[in-house]
Design a protein around this ligand. Structure first.
Ligand SMILES: Cc1cc2nc3c(=O)[nH]c(=O)nc-3n(C[C@H](O)[C@H](O)[C@H](O)COP(=O)(O)OP(=O)(O)OC[C@H]3O[C@@H](n4cnc5c(N)ncnc54)[C@H](O)[C@@H]3O)c2cc1C
Ligand code: FES
Ligand code: FES
Length: 471
């Protein structure tokens, strides 16, 4: 039995836990405001708000309901467009901004945009124009053109920053309620979720089912029909799997931590100076809100961005039975993993002394697109020489690659044009790209060469005297 609050109503349902929230609200609750576009997380037409109790505060984040299992709604506040509407059919501030700035034409995408922007109003991001526009990075419109929608977003951010009196406020939700961005009943949700949590909380069980589900953003794209009735263990909501903490010399992260959890983590912000710039290249806001680290690792896509990131941190993973291996040892062959079917990733661990880290990704579109080729690097320097090096690459082999020979070659070297060119030669021997829709094998070799070089330009402002052009 799943129990949650849908808009202003407490819901109990014994529908299969794998049913998508999209199908539930449209076909079981007749809430047709939430639209169906791609059913693959790409278009944002089905965007909803999900409120989750975190240390007695409700944190709202957007999610794509087409990829969200009902199991992940348990104990939460699910908000569809019907749940933000004002009485008497008045428009909310966000809806009014979309109308006034001509941000809607056929209207099919509009609900998704409105929900993403409403999410921006109540979440804990800075209320800047940049963040407002960023909040709609998972929504596609085919008729309006984005400028009018961006103007609506900028208007909303302006209204909010004026209303809160400061840009980044802890009481964003209170301000949003007070100013009518969301209805008054939102103020009663915390107490209701506290009560609900007591009823829905379950300890992490060792009674494993055949399939683990995190945020569902890979599984529901790959096998949507099968997922509805799959006998699955949903790992997304166990707080012990969402922690990010410093433990001695290490940073430990729960397997179900999401990309957004990294983005908002003070620990990560402290260590990774370009955190926002880099993670903004990964999917979109609603997908980052759902996409877990463990899901990215175990999906084992050769172009997994988060996998490339953690390979370069030389991270290790700890399974539920406490077996620990290096992440690079997880990949035996294409989608073949060094783990048994009842092992799930409990913790990810890496050394906190990260000195020079960079991530590069090239895709056909800059945002909301999977990588053609990606790469990450982590370096330590002592007396001007490289004392520790880890390099990863994606999209150039059947598995996400830890470039062992290249990493070893860099040890003890000074950063020079010669070192980079020689390392690039070694790197080319470690990869085996194939030609596919994302480019020819030759193009990918050239791309990785350029990305590897870009690491040094980014990290050390390295200037090349003469560039060789051949791959
Ligand atoms: C529109 C869209 C855009 C995307 N863009 C990107 C992108 O730019 N870069 C990128 O890297 N990825 C991208 N992805 C892929 C996806 O979002 C990520 O791979 C994500 O991290 C998967 O996590 P999840 O929790 O959703 O995985 P799920 O779909 O829940 O699971 C994926 C796999 O991991 C397993 N699993 C889940 N949790 C655990 C665990 N704790 N232990 C063991 N196994 C587990 C599942 O059984 C399954 O095999 C995109 C996806 C979509 C839909
Ligand atoms: S229907 Fe397109 S993102 Fe869900
Ligand atoms: S208004 Fe028609 S798709 Fe956006």
């Amino acid at each position: 039995m799943k129990r949650f609050i849908l808009n202003n109503q407490t819901i109990e349902t014994d529908l299969p836990a794998g049913t998508t929230v999209l199908d539930f609200v449209r076909y079981h609750k007749n809430l047709k405001g939430t639209k169906i576009g791609c059913r693959e997380g790409d278009c944002g037409a089905c965007t909803i708000l999900v409120g989750e109790l975190v240390e007695n505060f409700v944190k709202y984040r957007t999610q794509t309901s087409c990829l969200m299992p009902l199991a992940n709604a348990n104990g939460k506040h699910i908000v569809t467009v019907e749940g933000i509407n004002k009485p008497n059919n008045e428009l909310t501030e966000v809806q009014q901004a979309m109308v006034d700035e001509s941000g809607t034409q056929c209207g099919f995408c509009t609900v998704g945009f409105v929900m993403s922007l409403t999410g921006f109003c109540v979440d804990d991001t800075e209320k800047s124009q940049e963040q407002a526009v960023s909040s709609i990075d998972g929504n596609i419109c085919r008729c309006t053109g984005y400028k009018s929608i961006e103007r609506a977003a900028e208007r909303v951010s302006y209204q909010l920053s004026v209303a809160s009196g400061q840009k980044n406020s802890v009481n964003n939700l209170d301000v949003a309620i007070e100013r009518g961005f969301v209805p008054a009943y939102f103020s009663e949700i915390t107490a209701k979720l506290v009560q609900l949590k007591q009823e829905t909380n379950q300890p992490l069980t060792t009674d494993h089912r055949p399939l683990f589900v995190g945020g569902g953003t890979d599984l529901y794209v790959q096998r949507p029909d099968e997922m509805i009735h799959a006998e699955a263990q949903n790992l997304f909501d166990y707080s012990e799997l969402r922690n990010i903490e410093e433990v001695g010399e290490f940073i430990e992260i729960g397997g179900s931590a999401t990309v957004t959890d990294l983005l908002v983590s003070p620990i990560f912000q402290n260590i990774f100076l370009n955190l926002y710039k880099h993670l903004k290249l990964v999917s979109s806001t609603p997908i980052r809100n759902m996409a877990t680290l463990a899901g990215n690792f175990v999906n084992a896509s050769p172009i997994g961005d988060i996998t490339a990131w953690f390979l370069a941190l030389d991270a290790s993973i700890v399974f539920n039975n406490d077996r620990e291996i290096r992440l690079s040892e997880l990949y035996l062959g294409y989608k073949t993993l060094a783990k048994t079917s009842d092992e799930f990733i409990k913790t990810i661990r890496f050394g906190k002394d990260v000195q020079h880290f960079n991530f590069e990704k090239v895709s056909k579109r800059t945002f909301l697109d999977i990588s053609s080729v990606n790469s990450a690097i982590s370096l330590k320097l002592e007396n001007n020489k490289i004392s520790e090096a880890h390099v990863s690459a994606g999209g150039v082999a059947p598995i996400p690659l830890y470039l062992k020979k290249t990493s070893e070659f860099l040890l003890g070297k000074k950063i020079s044009e010669k070192t980079i060119l020689q390392a690039n030669e070694i790197l080319q021997t470690e990869i085996s790209p194939i030609s596919d829709v994302r480019g020819s094998a030759e193009y990918k070799r050239l791309l990785l060469r350029q990305l590897f070089t870009a690491h040094f330009v980014e990290l050390f402002d390295f200037q090349f005297l003469e560039m060789e052009t051949k791959p």
